[in-house]
Design a protein around this ligand. Structure first.
Ligand code: ADP
Length: 269
């Protein structure tokens, strides 16, 4: 193997996907009024880390995620991804939103193959990619269905599969399970961890649901509004394997109390 190929193989093994958010600020202007949506956000996220941003509605979570995605520009500060500045959207970041963003005229398989097809990947290779993602998201028997024939949970599984099919280093997820019923939401959280265990990408996840944040994450970053800023960070000291029983773990319950108190305190001030 040549030195370059060796280095490339090593990079693939490590997975990469380290995000560096430095001094990011965002001010929205409408007419004469200005609104400070984000103020001096500093956050380092390691390769393959699962970090959740938790905070009340309006604290700037989506704005921050859109800036990391390159869909919106910060007024101050910089975003780095594996040492390169983020200057716009790119295939190294996959996005999953709350609203179902599937193409309604394409089948599940065609939705998953959409990105690889745009990249000019051959039919055979595309088929291998969609087979893989259909399998790990447990959608194999739904490959030929159209989005309107799927439940909300299934649609989000397709959205995850479709994002992963582009081979991103980072998954940016904005309240992806926010519109699902309670039971489906729990199933989707387990499905996501299962998929991420196999895919090993970095995940930056947004929610205002404390239980969801603890169950999924290695680290939780709590944000507050007025202006949008980071309040506190928490490491989640739970077993790496998150079985449903983890929700009864003393550490889970302790962290849940701490986070609830912090968010309640902010609401009252
Ligand atoms: P969150 O995701 O935490 O609910 P957002 O990032 O969506 O918060 O919004 C943060 C604040 O910025 C909100 O008060 C919102 O009204 C404001 N905001 C978001 N986008 C715009 C925009 N394009 N123009 C003006 N204000 C905006």
């Amino acid at each position: 193997m040549s030195e370059t190929a060796e280095a490339a193989a090593a990079v693939k093994d490590i997975g990469l996907g380290a995000i560096s958010i430095q001094g990011v600020g965002k001010t929205y202007q409408s007419g004469k009024t200005t609104f400070r949506a984000l103020d001096d956000i500093d956050l380092e996220i390691g390769a393959n880390e699962f970090v959740t941003i938790l905070g009340p509605s309006g604290c700037g979570k989506s704005t921050l995620l859109r800036i990391v995605a390159g869909l919106e520009e910060a007024n101050e500060g910089e975003i780095g991804l594996d040492g390169e500045y983020v200057v716009g959207p790119g295939a190294n970041r996959g996005m999953v939103f709350q609203g179902y963003t599937l193409f309604p005229w394409l089948t599940v398989r065609q939705n998953i193959e959409y990105g690889p097809k745009l990249k000019g990947i051959s039919i055979l290779e595309r088929r291998a990619i969609s087979n893989h993602y259909l399998r790990i998201t447990r959608l194999e028997s739904f490959a030929n269905r159209f989005p309107k024939q799927l439940s909300g949970g299934m649609k989000q599984r397709v959205a995850i599969a479709r994002a992963l099919a582009n081979g991103p280093k980072v998954m940016l997820m904005d309240e992806p399970f926010g519109a699902l019923d309670a039971q489906t939401k729990l199933e989707m959280q387990e499905c996501l961890l299962d998929v991420m265990e196999k895919e090993k990408t970095t995940v930056l996840f947004i929610t205002h649901d404390i239980d969801e944040a603890i169950f999924l994450s290695q680290r939780i970053v709590v944000m507050a509004a007025g202006p949008g800023r980071i309040l506190k960070e928490f490491s989640v000291a739970l077993p790496a394997e998150r079985t449903p029983e983890v929700r009864e773990h003393p550490e889970f319950l302790k962290l849940k109390r701490e986070l609830a108190a912090l968010l309640k305190h902010r609401d009252n001030n």
